[in-house]
Design a protein around this ligand. Sequence first.
Ligand code: SF4
Length: 189
Amino acid sequence: MNKADLPDQIRQLCGVLNALNRRLAAEHDLQPVHLDVLRYLARCNRYSNTPAAISQYLQTTKGTVSQSINLLERNGFVVKLADANDRRVVRLKLLNKGTRLLKALDENNVVEQAADRLDSSSRNSFQKTVAELLRAAQQINEHRPFGQCHTCRFFLRPSKGKYQCGVTGESLSEADSELICVEHEYSHS
Ligand code: SF4
């Protein structure tokens, strides 16, 4: 396999995904960025549901994110809430309509369908390789990793079955440990 093929193959895969995202968004009178915001909110933890974090995750402007959030709010997909400790901070919550839309989109998930064609060992190895590639690309470009909480250097296990964030000192649930976080750091980054 030619080393130079890899960037081209990744671009082609991104092209397939972007085309699918555009089609799905258009079917719901939305823009692709609106779907990206909803997907992010379904995956992020309680420290990361702010417009600023979305802007960093999507690598897009605050203006684009703000307009997207306003449209999603007007259409009942999300709601804006004031932060309990700092009223100036806006937090976003995915509403049932947003969750239902994401579930409907999942049924058209071409990557999932394609990955299902791989045997489990190839799939696991592919997923690991993509994760490593993504992490390396983020390090090179100095982007935040937005990794899953349980892989963070601040993730603590004070006792069996108990989890805690070493930054905030707050308890974390099993479900929290799977979510992505704007404050995430790998141990040797
Ligand atoms: S342990 Fe890390 S990823 Fe988890 S909530 Fe704390 S800072 Fe975020």
